[in-house]
Design a protein around this ligand. Sequence first.
Ligand SMILES: C[S@@+](CC[C@H](N)C(=O)[O-])C[C@H]1O[C@@H](n2cnc3c(N)ncnc32)[C@H](O)[C@@H]1O
Length: 253
Amino acid sequence: MMTRRSSTQADARGFNRLAPVYDHLAMTVFGNSLRAAQRCFLHRVKPEADVLVVGGGSGWFLERLLEETSCRRVDTLDISAAMLSRSEDRLRRRNPEALARVRFLHGGVESLPRDAIYDVLCTHCFLDLFSDETLQSLVPRLRSHLRDGGLWYDSDFQIAPGTIRRPLTSILLGAMYAFFRTTCSIEATRLPQFDHAFSQAGMVDVEAATFYGGMVRARLLRAPDQYVSEPLDVSQGDTVTRRFEAIRSESDR
Ligand SMILES: C[S@@+](CC[C@H](N)C(=O)[O-])C[C@H]1O[C@@H](n2cnc3c(N)ncnc32)[C@H](O)[C@@H]1O
């Protein structure tokens, strides 16, 4: 029987195959830049925070998160069983006491229980797997798991500014997308418009840092305190999110 993949499901088999070599590939091409981007805002994670890591891969970030912060609990979600198992093995070898604070969740974003709410959400080299169209629903969906006032720590690629860097990064990104489309059947063919998706979901930029000559960007965004997600234009099947300012009545003041 044919089953249709949801738009937010990349090919888990592709990432399973890639799992043993993924970190080596990333280090070979980008050196320490991706890791530096994934680490630079860890000091912003407050003690006792509940954290969700989406598409955490083989677990380098998870290990750092548990080592460098006093977060209370981490759920790490990945569609690739091989990535998750490497992540768990890594933690078992290097910081076994931390295992009690972690749940390894196998599945896509859709599999998260609707009422799972976190203080911090982390997406590293994850959102770039999706098309603009998918991000329009994926980012609000993820946002709905973040408590009001919570932080979203994202790092990903961007086209570096500058007359020389811009074409060079475009070529490198083109090669990366060709590779990931072939090996993992990812949906995206080019970098999606992260800024647009985040602002549509009402997320507010707090801090940003760039690495690898501007091609890698880490950013910290905050979910505003008042947020309502409502379906718009149901006939098109789209979901658009809007932020509503708190309106306090005279009697509340
Ligand atoms: C490009 S890798 C990045 C891994 C890691 N964050 C890093 O930077 O090293 C993307 C990861 O997202 C996972 N993934 C892809 N689609 C997913 C989905 N819909 N839900 C959860 N994880 C997904 C893949 O299995 C893979 O581990």
